[in-house]
Write a protein that binds this ligand. Sequence first.
Ligand code: SF4
Length: 222
Amino acid sequence: MTNYTWSYSSIDLFKQCPYKYYRLRVVKDIVEPPTDAIMYGKDLHKAAEDYVRDGTPIPNKYDFIKPTLDRLLAIEGEKLCEYKMGLRYDLSACGFFDKDVWWRGVADLVIVKDDKAYVLDYKTGKTAKYATKDQLEILSLAVFKHFPQVKRVKAGLLFVVSKDFVKANYDEDYQSSGWSKWVERTKELEGAIKNNVWIKKPNFTCRKFCKIIDCEHNGRAH
Ligand code: SF4
């Protein structure tokens, strides 16, 4: 079944509430406007990308990320900024925009040196308290597919504001057990698509954050 594509954020949304996923990603009758935090994050990511890739000076307002980026630049290896990866349904590597792409992911920075790779994602949130390693895991699993010579991936979420660093290491033999969780999640999504059944799953976003105002669980609807 390949009549859908997914990413870390879309499967995460589906896991949180299938009905919210359905409205935002399938019907698309509700568009979430970008928040100030999202706009700030995009701007900072662009500054980091331009600096690491081209040496473009970092705007003064983001000076605080320079020491972190300089440490990354000092790591030996080919630096790939905003690196787009795609995987087919059989988990083989493909291009991000290929017709048969099934999974899509973008790593803020991949550094490849022989049989080692680093996968880094910049985070602009104020705290790493609620961070999970799921995003690192899926990006690292994709790196093994895109760079078959890589035997070990060191991955990290770099909280550039709070200076927290959430890290995880993966060896190539982690792949089969690593994929099982993601395949299971996509099977649930496939089941929802096939049966056109999208359950409402109340969660912490219902009260204040969810944009599906007409849902009976939405705290702003009643
Ligand atoms: S209000 Fe809650 S249950 Fe309803 S769609 Fe939003 S997240 Fe899902």
